[in-house]
Ligand binder design. Structure first.
Ligand code: NAD
Ligand code: IPM
Ligand code: MN
Length: 352
């Protein structure tokens, strides 16, 4: 049985996942790893970003690790067969509704953030992003021509009680093992889905999680607070679109978008989908200078959450920290190491 299905994808995806392979070869040499085309490269080879075979392989593995997909080459591909559509299909097909995006400031990187050291030192914020609903999947969605000229585009934001409740439950459970505080971010002041979101979270909290501190926050204020005083947050639960945006902002607090891993989880016993939150970075793809730590830390999350190897995960986390302590920096962290040298720095810490 495949332990880990690797989907390197496009752009810097193959560059950063190659470093995961290096790390895995030293840390967990017995892990059975399989690799497949996914995203734009799969569209080029098979006419679709996600083949039925690849989805079946993803569901049959214990964990899936994705690099990144997309790029300007596929801007003209049919909308439903763009690389990004493949990623949404993979998330929906694997039913991974809870996306954990930890923004963690590694001590040696406290000066790499765009914020002052004292604002980010010790930061440990967990964003729990709803991943298989909301405006990403809501119907109807279309662009139509208007009779009098011009066009009209429609997206639909939809959430059900059950969808809100299951992702909120994940946030409350996580908080209990952390600092016991949940912020729920929505726009209940203008959106019906925001209103339902607030009601469902409030109700679940009252029924099952009254021991956890809960605060509701409007998503625009949350964005401001994340860059004003991010350490006030422990766990933040939010919808698919707000979670996408807030997690990119939170990533920069840690020094770089290239630092933030993620774990997308479904019901217990089903495989998790692990991915750096960054994209295919067309501006630096092929140059060998992308930061592989978000991908390596996504592997760390897979070891912990899907592969039942917490000890190996702990070793890997410590090795990344020591590599950073020793001064390893890719250009996004204002250093000069190549992607491969950063991977080597982690591997050499694992060996020592
Ligand atoms: P991006 O995340 O690819 O890049 C944003 C900026 O961050 C760029 O300047 C890039 O060089 C930098 N960056 C990103 N990852 C980095 C890393 N590991 N090391 C150093 N620098 C890094 O976002 P974008 O440019 O808006 O999107 C490019 C393409 O990627 C689009 O097609 C988009 O749809 C896709 N995308 C895919 C994913 C995914 O596969 N999960 C996520 C986001 C965007
Ligand atoms: C992310 C990305 C994706 C998203 C895109 C590529 C579909 O931005 O994983 O953060 O919007 O979810
Ligand atoms: Mn994103």
């Amino acid at each position: 049985m495949t332990d880990l299905l690797l989907l390197p994808g496009d752009g810097i995806g193959p560059e950063v996942t190659a470093e995961v392979r290096k790390v895995a070869a030293v840390l967990t040499p017995d892990l059975v790893i399989e690799e497949r085309l996914f995203g734009g490269c799969s569209f080029d080879a098979h006419g679709t970003p996600l083949t039925d075979d690849t989805l079946a392989a993803a569901k049959a593995a214990k964990a899936v690790l994705m690099g990144a997909v997309g790029g300007p080459q596929w801007a003209g591909a049919p909308r439903d067969r763009r690389p990004e559509a493949g990623l949404l299909g993979l998330r929906a097909g694997m039913k991974v509704f809870a996306n954990l995006r930890p923004a963690l400031c590694f001590q040696p990187l406290a000066d790499a953030s765009s914020l002052k050291r004292e604002l980010v030192e010790g930061l440990d914020l967990m964003i729990v992003r709803e991943l298989t609903g909301g405006v990403y999947f809501g119907q109807p969605r279309f662009i139509e021509d208007l009779p009098g000229g011009g066009r009209r585009a429609v997206d639909t934001q939809v959430y059900t009680t059950a969808e809100i409740e299951r992702v909120s439950r994940v946030a409350f459970e996580l908080a209990r093992g952390r600092r016991n505080k949940v912020h729920s971010a929505e726009k209940s002041n203008v959106m019906e889905t925001g209103l339902l979101w607030r009601e469902v979270v409030t109700d679940l909290h009252r029924r099952e999680y009254a021991d956890v501190e809960l605060e509701h926050i409007l998503a625009d204020n949350a964005a401001m607070q994340i860059v004003k005083s991010p350490k006030q947050f422990d766990v933040m639960v939010t919808d698919n679109l707000f979670g996408d945006i807030l997690s990119d902002a939170a990533a920069q607090l840690t020094g770089s978008l290239g630092m933030l891993p993620s774990a997308a989880l479904g019901v217990p016993g089903t495989p998790g989908l692990y991915e750096p939150i960054h994209g295919s970075a067309p501006d630096i793809a092929g140059k060998g200078i992308a930061n592989p730590l978000a991908a390596i830390l996504s592997f760390e999350m897979a070891l912990r959450w899907s592969l039942d190897r917490p000890e190996a995960a702990g070793r890997l986390f410590a090795a990344v920290n020591r590599a950073l302590e020793a001064g390893a920096r890719t250009p996004d962290l204002k250093g000069a190491l190549t992607t491969a040298q950063m991977g080597d720095a982690v591997v050499s810490q694992l060996r020592s």
